[in-house]
Design a protein around this ligand. Sequence first.
Ligand code: EPU
Length: 338
Amino acid sequence: MNLHENYSLKNYNTFGVDVKARYFIDITSYNELRSLLSSDLIKTNHFLLLGSGSNILFTKDYDGIIIKYSVKGINIIDETQDHIIVEAAGGEIWEDLVTYAVGKEYYGIENLSLIPGTVGAAPIQNIGAYGVELKDAFHHLESLEISTGLIRTFSKTECNFQYRNSIFKNELKNKCIITKVTLKLSKVKKINLSYKSLSDELKDVRHDDLTIKLVSDTVKKIRQSKLPDPRVMGNAGSFFKNPELTNAQFIEFQKRFPDAAYFKQSEDSYKIAAGWLIEKCGFKGKRIGNTGAYEKQALIIVNYGGASGSEVKELAEKIQNDVLNIFGIFLDFEVNIV
Ligand code: EPU
């Protein structure tokens, strides 16, 4: 087992925050995971599961074990005339799975191109972008319960997927390792252009000329034009969730702020663009110490270099306060704070 002590996590979180873990283990095989679960180390220490560290903010050293699950592999496990059932290991890089599906013309996750993170982390917050969420392509997943070592399978319903949320962020937080995720993808052409910025970008393309590759490339282009590359500027994507309002709350809100950006979420609710709220509070592009809300997308907090996790958290709380005072809306963190 690859065990390190007092290990720097700087290269294991996309914010690039320099904290240390008492222990760090990179698990590269299922057998290694099994031996870790039966070891004394795991029984006598706190632990934290880490994917690519792309949705986490460390505010202090971690006095326990950081477990990184790096087991990889993509396999087709079933096929019908119209669908393909693909299973990917939890440590597989999400973008590698998307590239595989796009290359084979298996439709369903091309709108989720270029999302950082691992396959095993994707169901935890039900990753989503450009009109698609993981749940839309999800079939089932397999996990290993840490306290018992038992394998447990979860159907879509059992995962209780919601907007950037699932059972693994709540009751089962840090209780099981997601070892395999299985998706149901379509072999029949199915293009989803429900998200406005994506359909705007492709408005001049005839339907017959729309390919899965073109959709994926267009999503990548949009993302690259407004999201900072964590290798250049530390960040964890959207720091906050877009707040949801009931129809009645939305009507009141819109009366006061008619030019706010929003999306209809369901028959009974709307989502307000948190980026708009943050921008209106004056944070967009404003630098405070080593951190700030990104100049092209205010929903993203960036590390200009050398920021500590607490400095980032302090700014996030200031944004929360100002948005609450001005708009009466509380912004929930999307990023996990440790
Ligand atoms: N907007 C502003 N100012 C800003 C940013 C946005 O006014 O600084 C307004 C604009 O009107 C814009 C609208 O907000 O048209 C929506 O912006 P965008 O399309 O960038 O989407 P978002 O709601 O800010 C969400 C996800 C992103 C995802 C995009 C595209 C959340 C918390 N974030 O952002 O996900 O890529 O939609 O689907 O739902 C992530 O989760 O880390 C992430 C990047």
